[in-house]
Design a protein around this ligand. Structure first.
Ligand code: ADP
Ligand code: MG
Length: 237
């Protein structure tokens, strides 16, 4: 217990909510299947946001993670996402429709997340696609036809593909709103709300943000179910 308290104190980690779980201070304590452990083999330890959010996310709860840029948020949601997909595939779900959806504010951020999802997914036989505007829609349509497990997308193009019938979010059960504060600043609130409406209500929902302003709180309270909240450091409110 003292090791854990020290860890929380050292990294100014604040956890709000009813779930009390030990942080995962070492990869080998995460209970990850060996092929998923491969993904992190070049890292020494989980970062604070990973250590604090993994046990909560892996338990199936909704979560808000607030931590600065560069803190390792992508693997904070990608690793539990892979575990989620693997267990769904094991239960025999092979429809080819996406299980995990990550919505990102910009093409660059979407591509960065997709790169990590692609690399991590490859190790475990999980497929992914990155969808953004300003490029030909056809390869994106084709990828959906072939079937994908993970979709990383910017809001506008995703809605286009949904509206034309190329993308079906009806089997998304693990949904991530990445850089939520930035998406709201960039005017994507209505798009995000529309996208959420195309996904099942009983999905698990994760929201990551560098800050925790009122607009982000409102979005969380509208779309997350009794979320736990993990804050690293003292972000600007
Ligand atoms: P954020 O989304 O919080 O801005 P990223 O997820 O993009 O940050 O991660 C920033 C960098 O940290 C990436 O290069 C990533 O590969 C690296 N990283 C992720 N997890 C770890 C870890 N456990 N140990 C060391 N580096 C890590
Ligand atoms: Mg990020």
């Amino acid at each position: 217990q003292s090791t854990i308290d020290e860890f929380y104190k050292k990294h100014t980690i604040d956890i709000q909510g009813d779930l009390k779980l030990r942080p995962i201070l070492e990869f080998r304590h995460a209970g990850l299947p060996s092929n998923i452990l491969e993904v992190v083999k070049n890292f020494a330890n989980p970062t604070p946001i990973q250590a604090a959010t993994w046990p909560i996310t892996l338990s199936g709860r909704d979560i808000v993670g607030i931590a600065e840029t560069g803190s390792g948020k992508t693997l904070a949601f990608t690793i539990p996402g892979l575990v989620h997909i693997a267990s769904k595939l094991k239960r025999g779900n092979k429809s080819g429709k996406p299980t995990m959806l990550v919505v990102s504010p910009t093409r660059e951020l979407a591509m960065q997340s997709a790169e990590q999802a692609e690399a991590a997914g490859k190790a475990v036989g999980v497929t992914s696609i990155c969808v953004y505007g300003g490029v030909d829609k056809h390869p994106q349509r084709k990828a959906f036809q072939r079937g994908v497990d993970i979709v990383v997308a910017t809001p506008g193009r995703l809605i286009d593909l949904i509206n034309e019938g190329s993308c079906d979010l009806s089997e998304v059960s693990f949904m991530v709103l990445d850089e939520a504060d930035r998406m709201l600043d960039d005017g994507f609130e209505n798009d995000i709300r529309a996208i959420m409406g195309y996904t099942p209500k009983d999905r698990q929902t994760l929201m990551f943000s560098a800050t925790w302003p009122e607009s982000v709180r409102k979005l969380a309270s509208d779309f997350l179910n009794k979320p736990m909240r993990v804050t690293i450091g003292s972000p600007d409110l």
